[in-house]
Design a binder for this molecule. Structure first.
Ligand code: AMP
Length: 398
């Protein structure tokens, strides 16, 4: 089945047309700077090796982007891109969604009610869905949530030790994100390890611009590093990850920062960027560190130390560990991050194969632990779009 996967952000819209059986991308593209003076687009029919690039009119946004996308899919030269369904990436499904959901009035109202939990993401996701419903009137459309895979967490894992009423009345708890990625690499890991999914015990580590790790016991997420929002957990490109919440009061009361400034500081100016005072990009930081930049070295050392600590603490949430899995732009491509983490995690029973680690990734699955390693380490390229497409197809078939 061909599924159109839409990932709609506040100023961008990414899409792909995925053939679910083979997992191939037939087409992909990006509309960016939406709503700005210079919105642009790039559309690619991957199967036919054709590309179109251009700009939308000043101030044009999601509506015009979807207009153009619908026209692109209907062009005679793109007649290989006939889609049967649309799958939408949705960030926050709260406790309402434990899996994908067919989009109808009830689903839309439920997603809207979760918007307070993800004010930066859900409104843009919803905008994309509403516009897409106007354009693709005949197609079934499905919402796939970043949070759904982690709905298997137990209360011990998801409750914050704050007044219980805040959970009961306002849903303040840990939800976890990157669910499509953790789910995808979990099923790939089970296949590579030759185990049934229900007997697969792994820690999945998604390291991209956003970073999170998850403890997967018997194929189900039992703990994860992100929380109510994607700010908790590991050090990320521009997000701080875990910190003493007292810092927020201090910034507010003693430094006179506004809540908006604190929000921007922790979400957009912290993490690798904040510590290095240079960049949020791993490649640039590795280069700068190699050139002797002390701040870059420091940022990387903090990133690596906290990564190892978080993975070790996830291990405590599981009774058994078969493997740890690296994915995401950094996890798949940065051998130095992987080897630093594996060295610090050797006590878990992981023995790294340094040569395999050096040559791993590059779009392929591969072991980076020795054959005799008690706990394996694997690199698995993630494919969130394929996961969304497959969940969409499966939901329609059910
Ligand atoms: P993502 O959000 O998954 O696209 O990942 C983005 C991050 O992956 C950025 O920090 C990139 O610098 C990093 N990344 C991508 N390719 C490489 C590479 N070849 N080596 C090291 N880091 C990389």
């Amino acid at each position: 089945m061909n599924v159109l996967v839409i990932n709609c952000g506040s100023s961008s819209l990414k899409f792909s047309v995925v053939e679910t059986e083979s997992g191939k991308d037939l087409a992909k593209g990006l509309f960016d700077r939406l709503g700005s003076k210079t919105p642009g687009y790039k559309l690619k029919n991957v199967e036919r090796s054709t590309e179109a690039e251009g700009s939308l009119g000043e101030g044009e946004a999601h509506e015009q982007a979807l207009d153009l996308l619908a026209r692109f899919l209907n062009q005679p030269e793109n007649d290989n891109l006939v889609v049967t369904a649309v799958g939408h990436r949705m960030v926050h499904g709260g406790e309402k969604f434990t899996g994908a959901a067919l989009i109808n009035d009830e689903t839309l109202a439920a997603v809207e009610s979760c918007s307070a939990l993800a004010p930066l993401h859900n409104p843009s996701n919803l905008l994309g869905v509403r516009k897409s419903l106007e354009h693709f009137t005949d197609l079934p459309q499905v919402a796939v949530f970043d949070t759904a895979f982690h709905q298997t967490l137990s209360k011990e894992a998801y409750l914050y030790p704050i007044p219980l009423e805040l959970y009961r009345e306002h849903g303040i708890r840990r939800y976890g994100f990157h669910g499509s990625s953790h789910k995808y690499v979990t099923s790939e890991a089970a296949r590579i390890l030759g185990k049934p999914l229900a007997e697969t015990n792994i820690i999945t580590i998604h390291l991209g611009n956003g970073c999170s790790a998850a403890a997967i016991e018997n194929g189900r997420s039992v703990d994860t590093t992100m929380g109510l929002t994607p700010l908790e957990g590991l050090v990320m490109g521009t997000r701080s990850g875990d910190l003493d919440p007292g810092i927020i009061f201090h910034l507010y009361r003693s430094l006179g920062m506004s809540m908006e400034e604190i929000d921007a500081t922790l979400n957009k100016k912290s993490g690798l960027l904040g510590l290095s005072e240079l960049s949020n990009d791993m490649r640039e930081l590795r280069q700068a560190a190699a050139d002797g930049n002390e701040n870059a070295k420091l940022a990387l050392a903090v990133f690596e130390r906290r990564l190892a600590k978080s993975v070790a603490s996830l291990r405590a949430s599981m009774s058994k560990l078969d493997a740890i899995v690296f994915t995401g732009g950094i996890g798949e491509n940065d051998a130095v991050t992987r080897s630093a983490a594996l060295r610090q995690l050797a006590f878990l029973g992981i023995e790294m194969d340094a040569d395999a680690n050096q040559s791993a990734g590059r779009g392929k699955n591969g072991f980076i632990s020795t054959e005799s390693s008690k706990v394996k380490a694997i690199v698995i390229p993630t494919n969130e779009e394929l996961m969304i497409a497959r969940e969409t197809a499966q939901h329609i078939a059910d």
